[in-house]
Design a protein around this ligand. Structure first.
Ligand code: PHE
Length: 358
């Protein structure tokens, strides 16, 4: 029996495709397979012999069966890998033109604005950092100096992930802001650092100006002597490039657990004729939260607050897209209505660049 075992386990291991594996299966435990035949012999044995051989044969059959299954799964995985390596598509290529006119897709305003922001901040030395949308509550809250029972955890209308029965660890959340990426980026590279993080965030909220999923762009700049003055310059530079004209900003004292001091930033606008015009008039519109990164947050990211300091900000991408392109209802952004997409969408091949102008 040991010989049978050794022989079939090694043949299973050697089978290089599913057909070969099936041959081994037939030879071992198929109707006329060696193990099956040996089991048939049991009938001819004495009761005593059968008591010995029966359980051993059954165990052998079970072992071969599970080895076959494991090998089959491994071969299927390898097959899939090979197909994936072979059959790929470059989805970034432009569509092929057929004889008749081809309907071309368009770039969603969120994607467009995301790219515009990235281009502008890249020009100021910010690189793009990313983090997961399903985030641990440590990164989303604790590391950002939002303690356990702080009202912000409720205020933010957080989506909590389900937990397995009996799991007592804090549940993961759909990140409520892009700020956890500050921590991840600091942990990755330490200071000095200059990053932006565009991404999706989630809060349980739904009306004309709120959707349960929306987009933010986070900024973080740390060095030995970065101050609020640098923040103000960076933001004014950003808004002027983004809106294509000089835009004044107004800083209002505010509070965030992760910055100290904190400021909400408004941009200059006019409200005449029921439409908002940015960069003129004497009205103001809130567009972002910001401040000097709190020492607790620096420490959570592994950065020494005695040596490094800097600013962070978080801005709504959808909000500034609405402002620049005159889109009145946020909810329409995520309705996937083709007429809306054709009207507000951008040409797929006109990549936003500073030189080209937006
Ligand atoms: N995370 C804050 C929000 O979502 C914005 C913010 C980011 C404020 C960074 C200060 C610093 O409202």
């Amino acid at each position: 029996m040991d010989d049978l075992r050794a022989k079939y386990l090694s043949r299973i291991g050697d089978a290089s495709d599913e057909a070969a594996l099936e041959e081994v299966r037939l030879a071992a435990i198929g109707k006329k397979g060696e193990v099956s035949l040996a089991m048939r012999e049991l009938g001819r044995m004495t009761a005593e012999e059968r008591q010995q051989a029966g359980p051993r044969l059954n165990a052998l059959k079970a072992e071969i069966t599970s080895a076959l299954a494991a090998r089959k799964a491994a071969l299927e995985d390898a097959g899939l890998e090979a197909r994936l390596a072979e059959e790929w598509l470059d989805v970034t290529l432009p569509g092929r033109r057929s004889g008749r006119s081809v309907a071309t897709g368009s770039v969603h305003p969120v994607s467009q604005v995301w790219e515009e922001c990235t281009a502008i901040f890249a020009d100021m030395g910010f690189r793009v950092a990313e983090g997961p949308q399903v985030e641990s509550d440590w990164y989303n809250f604790d590391a950002l100096n939002i303690p356990d029972h702080h009202p912000a955890r409720g205020e933010m209308d957080t989506f909590y992930m389900a937990r397995a029965d009996g799991d007592t660890r804090p549940p993961h959340v759909l990140r409520t802001h892009t700020s956890p990426v500050q921590i991840r980026a600091m942990q990755e590279t330490g200071a000095p650092i200059r990053i932006i993080c565009p991404g999706r965030v989630y809060r349980a909220d739904y009306d004309q100006t709120h959707t349960p999923m929306f987009h933010q762009i986070e900024g973080l700049a740390l060095d030995r002597d970065i101050s609020m003055a640098n923040l103000k310059w960076v933001l004014e530079e950003f808004f002027s490039a983004y809106f294509g004209k000089s835009v004044k900003t107004r800083f209002r004292a505010s509070h965030f657990p992760f910055t100290e001091p904190s400021a909400e930033v408004d941009i200059q606008c006019s409200w005449e004729g029921g439409t908002v015009k940015v960069g003129e008039g004497d009205g103001w519109l809130e567009v972002l939260g910001s401040g000097m990164v709190h020492p607790h947050v620096l420490r959570a990211g592994g950065v020494d607050p005695a040596e490094w300091q800097g600013f962070a900000f978080g801005m709504g991408i959808d909000r500034i897209a609405m402002l620049k392109y005159g889109i009145p209802d946020l909810r329409a952004f995520f309705d996937s209505d083709l007429r809306w997409l054709r009207h507000y969408g951008f040409g797929a091949l006109s990549v936003p660049t500073l030189r080209g102008g937006f």
